[in-house]
Design a protein around this ligand. Sequence first.
Ligand SMILES: [Fe+2]
Length: 454
Amino acid sequence: MKALFINIGLLGLHYTNGFFSNNIQSVKRSLRTRNTPLSSTIQPPQRIAPDAGYIPDWEDRPGLSEEEFMKSDTTKPDLGDNLLECPLTRWDWEGIDLDEARKSGASLPHCPAEIRATSTSNSLGATYFSDNRDEIRKQLKESGAVWLRGFDLMKGVKGYREMYESLGLLPCLDPLHSSGLRKFASERDALYEEVNKPSLRQHYIGLHSESTTKRTAAYAAFVCFKKATEGGGRFLIADGAKILSDMDPVLLKKIYERQVRISVSNLDLPGGTPGILKEGFKNVVEAAVAPKFDMDLEMIYESDGKPGRLQAIESRESPINRHPVTKQPVWFCNAHNHLRYLRDRRPCGVPEVGMTDVFFGDLGSLNAEECEEIKRVSEKHITALPMEPGDVLLVDNYRALHGRDVFGGDRFHAVSWFSWDDNAEWRGEESRMREKDGLNKFVNKYMDWLPKDF
Ligand SMILES: [Fe+2]
């Protein structure tokens, strides 16, 4: 197992800088399939920082020291011993009237709603959240996300847990917990680290729901304990219903009808590798690696035209889904994050093995104009939040999509995922001891440069 992961890493790193500079045939093929205006040149595309529709100002609120903000309440039970499994994805996508969905999405309130702390609410501590639970949950349902801003309580782990418990939120495992790619910040408080690692500071994480075809968290609460010391790192949030309502109707209909498949990893063998070796490699990956990811992955060679490339591709899914509670149709698709065309044109710091792509359900490629339309409509609806100590963003994970801008220096952001606290039949009974064996730790160590963002 160890040797296999190292080999994958080396293979990926070997080709990291090669896609556009070392393999001209591959580039020409790629440009042809994308039908881009750059087809007369082999120059790599320019990398441009993505846009956002609304960019509130920073307030430079102070935080606590790491020793202070990491303090947990040891009188409370250790949640990490038996966390609920992330619930199965609730798909409800057939027979959606797209014209009607576009109209209803346009009339929804801005995402996120904002609740700013006052001296009174700060003096109430956790009681503020139990007293106002129904109103805050109502705003979360209506707007898709609620920005709790400037609350002293949530400047540390202890108060953060009091907040989500007061709101009645029920923590669960990360959708990809079994892969070991996401570390806990405080396991006993069900709090995971966000993508803070230095190797990914300059990697822009595009809009996505914390979702795979198979598993989706119902809600999330993102928290800032320490903002980036050298700037940047805005948290991105956008309403999937608004994105749907603004998307070009022709593309919307086409992608809804053809559906999508998401490729989550590239494993590159040298071009010309004999078929028998390629088949053997594929079998090993299918048997030993893919099962660690709690996803329905199919290993397919050369879907993007690159000779020797084995891609791990999720099963076909709808890019539009009805919200399980409100039934509002939303853009429920991680294309803004995963499209290779967009990653190649913005700050992107992952090696080839961590590169992703989005195909139509029949594995056809989206053309350049279609990728650009997904970028335009997604970024138009992004609010780029200046999250600071005392800020929490509550997210309805079936309604709003999230991401993160590049940053400099150090930072400490964290997140908890939540299951269904009502609708018990959607939650399921599954829970499990966290895997405390060496495998998760091993995966974390050797795949530390991968973002856990799909
Ligand atoms: Fe995420």
